[in-house]
Write a protein that binds this ligand. Sequence first.
Ligand code: SAH
Ligand code: F3S
Length: 482
Amino acid sequence: MQEGEKIIVESIQGTTTQIVEDKKNTKKVFLESYGCQMNFSDSEIVASILQKQGYNTTSDLKDADLILLNTCSIRDKAEQTVRKRLSEFNSLKKNEKKPTIGVLGCMAERLKAKFLEEEKLVDLVVGPDAYKDLPNLLQETDDGRNAINVILSKDETYGDIQPVRLGGNGVTAFVTITRGCDNMCTFCVVPFTRGRERSRDPHSILNECVDLYEKGYKEITLLGQNVDSYLWFGGGPKKDFEKASDIQKETAINFAQLLEMIAKKLPETRIRFSTSNPQDMSLEVFEAIKKYNNICKYVHLPVQSGSTSVLKRMNRQHTREEYIDLIKKAKEIVPDIAFSHDMIAGFCGETEEEHKDTLSLMEEIKYDFGYMFAYSDRPGTPAHKKMEDDVPHEIKKRRLSEIIELQSQHSLFRMKSYVGKTYEVLIEGDSKKDKNQWKGRISQNAMVVFNKTENENIGDFVQVKINDCTSATLIGEVINTI
Ligand code: SAH
Ligand code: F3S
């Protein structure tokens, strides 16, 4: 249980951004992000828009003219954390600077004007598709009025905005390729807070990747709520593909083709992607992983439950057997590929038998990692409207702890399988525990720590022999710098 709580807490922790300076700028924004990687990536777009409006970022709250919280609605706990943080910020209103306080992201979209009217915690509310309107909205708040824009867009991808890289290590970066989600999993608030699924122009994606390469970045993670569903046919929501012209259909680019385009153009750059969805994942993607050494052999493939009946209630478009078969086929194409999962314990109506199906699915696959959650009823979702959140809290907790316990056994099993072998590791920085050690990841995404020698630097690819492990970390020694 403890570990599960840690995972949940980690996924909603805010990160204060590093200082980005433009000498001309006089105003300061404190920007904090919660939730998924997409939110962190969106904050980089927001920082870019604000930089043009005269703002530099600051990590000192007292120094800020503008405080923005990029929020998450995925579970109730995430929203509670944000509310607590907002009340803390509100006390700063008494300070000389009287900062403007705003919420961005999914909670802004979900609660809309309620934030301004009922909660009175903020001056500014901006949904995930309205960041380009920030300059106008800030004009309103400067004039003493509250401001809000939560309009969701069918085609906004921010493809024309060059993100300001925040809080990073200069080695790994995120590039957003799709926005929104059309899948309508019954438990999930994302389709309501992030709108319709749309894909970003592949040329703007490629340009951003090349720019990162030129700036010295070594690893790029392509981001989307459902990357496998990527489809470019000239813009607009994916659901309009049927209406596209013949030429648009013939020249459309899918996710596997996009991956291949980037991998070919930047052969020295590692490519990762997240998140995959079993119902949209094609074997073509695994073929691309097999063909290009720089596409990492790791897929985050959330399943949510191992029970076909629960999957049906969740509106996931596949059975337990289809999911297992997909993983089996993937391993036939790329034998040393690693998988991780998202799992929900105690979804509406989940019986003990159905929970056991989840444990047995995990036994069958033995994932490298997992992100595990107790079901949290979200207002507005189909499950909230049509089903009962009827699994008692204590039972959810017990089932979650069983899932977590099993995952930690499997993680150890997988980590042990890497011991004794040598892997290419991209050095991402100092190990958290010991500054005399580096940390980095292997293609399969497992974290490795190893003693520094005089020969290597952050951002280098090195060969590391794995000597030992825990369930979360590999411990190795560098063989030679490439
Ligand atoms: N496709 C998305 C999924 C977003 S939500 C992505 O890019 O990651 C991330 C995970 O949170 C989901 O896979 C699911 O396991 C979990 N989750 C979503 N809604 C939830 C809810 N109502 N209660 C508990 N966990 C939830
Ligand atoms: Fe949510 Fe399902 Fe989309 S989990 S983000 S509705 S794939």
